[in-house]
Design a protein around this ligand. Structure first.
Ligand SMILES: [Zn+2]
Length: 420
């Protein structure tokens, strides 16, 4: 079935793939629908009467399929006078997560709290500060529980004309039916490996072999593949992470590796955020300096103050998100490593995710049992869940690495999932 979607979809081939849409890979049907919505939205003057545009969207797709990227591109295109040129100040503010009218929300604990959602609903009543729309992107919408979903229902049923809600989740089935039924659903798929290789290769001018390795190592996650293919430091970080299974020979070694992982992730996150923070502040200052036509200077000054406060909040939220991405990356790299081990043990002929460390995965495959590998993969899954509940990262990684060293000893929750 996916073939029909990719048919005739050479990346970069048309204007449909330009501007803010360029980062969305292998999702032609979704992009076409979003572009129709943007065109309809630009014909509207505040009222939702165009069929192609609606006020509540659900972008569903597995991690790496680009659901947040798609939501941000859609938001940028709605705000941009040129339907998502990718170059203007508005586009840049949206894509960097600093546009005052585009709120990107991630849950701060295992489920969204009702008061958190009520705050957003209240915010949705305000008029946009710079753009034509007030856009609220809710990531991990599968973590809306009955109470927080209830707080959102009314806003979805009786939307403010200028507000657009975009919900992101792994699949529509993961979202409460009361919520899902009030949204227009778009389904994204993990792009096929060949397409990821092709895009990385051509767009970033990377030799085919390196693009292939990056696409495999990232398990088809396009954003990660791009970083691996183009950033030597990211490749070095991956090698550090893939060395960890070999270092876990004692309790102190596990603790030392956990400490190193967490410190490195924090340093990397800081390095990502610092230049973005500086650029946002500059862009926002410019936006309020140049956009003063027809508005009272006093109003503008007070708006500017409230926007800087909002920007600080957005920056803190971005810092949390970037750090979370760093931890996700570590877990994904380790998971790919142990999946390779499992495939060897199971005698599966599938291509390895990490062909460059094949000797190490082969050694571990013969030195351990399949059941141990399954338990190790459970330990990593469990660590991902615990990080999302905001458990202290160092404790989570200490416990995970001890669990990888001696599977089954410190992760009782994982034991039950090991098949007999
Ligand atoms: Zn633009």
């Amino acid at each position: 079935m996916p073939d029909a979607l990719w048919a005739g979809s050479a990346p970069d081939a048309t204007a449909a793939n330009a501007g803010v849409w360029a980062e969305i890979i292998g999702q032609q049907a979704v992009v076409a629908q979003l572009q129709r919505a943007v065109a309809a939205a630009h014909r509207l003057s505040g009222a939702h009467q165009e069929q192609d545009m609606t006020h509540a969207w659900l972008l569903a797709g597995p991690p790496g399929s680009g659901r947040s990227t798609s939501a941000l591109a859609f938001a940028a295109a709605l705000q941009c006078a040129d339907s998502g040129c990718g170059q203007c100040r508005s586009c840049r503010l949206v894509l960097s997560g600093a546009h005052p009218d585009v709120e990107l929300v991630i849950p701060t604990s295992v489920a969204y709290r009702a008061d958190e959602i009520r705050g957003l609903v209240e915010q949705a009543q305000m008029m946009p500060a710079l753009g034509s729309w007030l856009i609220i992107i809710i990531e991990d919408a599968d973590r809306l529980n009955d109470a927080s979903a209830n707080a959102l229902l009314k806003a979805l049923e009786e939307p403010t004309p200028h507000t657009v809600w975009m919900l992101c989740a792994p699949s529509a089935a993961d979202v409460l039916p009361t919520i899902a039924s009030r949204t227009r659903q778009l389904t994204l798929r993990t792009p096929p490996m060949e397409l990821v290789v092709d895009v990385v290769c051509r767009r970033y001018n990377v030799p085919a072999e390196a693009a292939e390795l990056a696409a495999r190592a990232s398990q088809g996650h396009i954003g990660r593949a791009r970083v691996l293919a183009t950033d030597p430091q990211a490749r070095a970080r991956r090698q550090d992470v893939l060395a960890i299974p070999g270092e876990l020979v004692s309790l102190p070694a596990c603790f030392a590796a956990a400490r190193r992982l967490v410190d490195t992730a924090q340093a990397d996150a800081d390095a990502v955020c610092a230049p973005l923070d500086a650029a946002d502040e500059e862009a926002l200052a410019a936006a309020f300096g140049d956009g003063a036509e027809g508005k009272g200077i006093g109003t503008l000054a007070s708006r500017s103050r409230s926007e800087s406060a909002r920007l600080r909040k957005a920056q803190e939220s971005r810092a949390r998100r970037v750090l979370r991405d760093q931890f996700d990356r570590v877990l994904a790299d380790l998971t790919g490593f142990y999946r390779d081990v499992l495939m060897l043990q199971a005698g599966s002929g599938s291509a390895a995710f990490n062909p460059d460390v094949a000797a190490r995965t082969a050694a571990l495959a013969s030195a351990s049992t399949m059941q141990e590998t399954v338990a190790r993969l459970s330990v990593l899954r469990e660590a991902g869940v615990r990080l999302r509940t905001n458990a202290a990262p160092l404790l989570v990684f200490e416990s995970a690495l001890v669990g990888l060293w001696r599977p089954g000893t410190t992760a009782p929750a994982a034991r039950g999932t090991v098949p007999a």
